[in-house]
Design a protein around this ligand. Structure first.
Ligand SMILES: [Cu+2]
Length: 409
């Protein structure tokens, strides 16, 4: 008995010594690799199929996936800063994925491996990363995708759950990176795909929190970051107020003119107070009004992939003049969808998928039905061409113009 215990103990000690030697050599190798900035070797089983993802910018959606086997889906995302119009005549320096707000729409299939290549060209030196809500693992991938200017990191994530998921930057302070525009959507299709529709749209709601910069500044990349500003400095102005009248006089006076475009900058304080200047679809006030309206035809079925980046507000997504035939609530693509729904809630960091048929022509209005937000930009149109259907919608009088109501063109 004693001998057996002794053997057991010595075997244990021997094994422990071997293991500790192995661990210390591994640690040594890792240290050396870190010193040299080398990439660690990882052993993973990847699908034999490989494809470069077709990505699109809002409101476009990549084509449905037709393959029946999992693949490695290669996606390249670059973090950068870009000054663009947030409203006509008003500039804002956005933090972006691929110079767009929202970032590109990524389409994959459950069981695929997302191969993300993340680069950074933000001249400020600020780190950025990607937290994919579609990814299982710490930070949704953020800790292994963090890069500063000039770097590239590659990581592989198996997509275990179908659904429509938000991705966003999660570099500190995470709220500033989200509030400045770093988000987008990734669709993970179920094995059998989604029902066929005639048109698909990418619509993403988010808020912007701003204050006015004292003097109009030229549109220069990389200027004005919250992190760089003097922490003791007071805001240069009160929050830029929203439109306040039918003729939009306030914006008209402030925007454009001989002094050039107004430049707004991010206000962390307004974000903390949850007091947005803008609540917009697809990154810009008025993006889908007038010429920018989404377009479809009578008789078609449409699907909207709707995401909410927040960072603070829950969206009450509604299309005026339509009832959603199907709502994949909270973008659950496995359960049977809700039917005949008027308005659906979408939390910050969440998404939904809605489908509906188009029975009559006209302009159908996408809104956040927390309706004051329309004045802050949460409004856009789906313009539907085609023959009237008097069995569904008719009057013996002319339509009444709705000047200045914002939701009826
Ligand atoms: Cu970032």
């Amino acid at each position: 008995m004693k001998i057996r215990m002794l053997i057991k103990r010595s075997t244990f000690l021997f094994t422990a010594v071997i293991i500790s030697f192995f661990i210390s050599s591994l640690a040594l190798a890792e240290e050396k690799a870190e010193e040299k900035g080398e990439v660690k070797k990882v052993h993973i089983k990847l699908p034999a199929l490989r494809e470069k993802a077709i990505t699109t910018f809002a409101p476009e959606v990549p084509p449905p996936i037709t393959r029946k086997q999992p693949a490695v889906v290669e996606v390249h995302l670059n973090s950068s800063v870009k000054t663009m119009e947030i409203k006509t005549g008003i500039n804002y320096t956005f933090w972006t994925f691929d110079e767009h707000v929202p970032g590109p729409f990524i389409r994959a299939r459950v069981g695929d491996t997302l191969e993300i290549h993340h680069t950074n060209s933000d001249a400020s030196g600020m780190p950025h990363n990607v937290d994919f809500h579609a990814v299982t693992g710490p930070g949704g991938g953020a800790p292994v995708t963090t890069v500063v200017k000039g770097e590239e990191r590659v990581a592989w994530f198996k997509l275990l759950h179908p659904g429509l998921y938000v991705y966003h930057c999660a570099a500190p302070p995470v709220m500033d990176h989200i509030a400045n525009g770093m988000y987008g959507l990734i669709l993970v299709e179920p094995e059998k795909g989604l029902p066929k529709v005639d048109r698909e749209f990418y619509v993403f709601q988010s808020e912007f929190y701003t204050k006015k910069i004292a003097q109009a500044a030229p549109a220069v990349e990389g200027h004005q970051h919250h992190m760089e500003s003097d922490p003791n400095a007071l805001p240069t102005n009160a929050a830029f107020p929203p439109a306040k009248s039918e003729d939009d006089a306030f914006w008209g006076e402030e925007a454009g003119g001989s002094a050039g475009p107004t430049q707004l900058e991010f206000s962390h304080e307004e974000g903390l107070a949850e007091h947005p200047t803008f609540v917009v679809f697809n990154g810009q006030y008025g993006k889908h009004l007038g010429e920018g309206s989404l377009k479809a035809k009578v008789g078609e079925r449409v699907r909207i992939f709707f995401g909410n980046g927040g960072p603070n507000l829950i969206a009450s997504f509604h299309v005026i003049g339509e009832i959603f035939d199907n709502v994949y609530r909270e973008a659950d693509l496995i359960s049977p969808p809700g039917r005949s729904i008027q308005t659906t809630l979408v939390p910050p960091g969440g998404a939904t998928v809605v489908e509906f048929g188009l029975e009559v022509p006209g302009d159908f209005t996408l809104v956040d039905h927390a309706i004051f937000r329309v004045e802050k930009g949460a409004v856009g149109f789906l313009h539907v061409d085609g023959e009237p259907n008097h069995n569904i919608y008719v009057s013996d009088q002319d339509t009444t113009p709705c000047k200045g109501c914002l939701v009826h063109p």
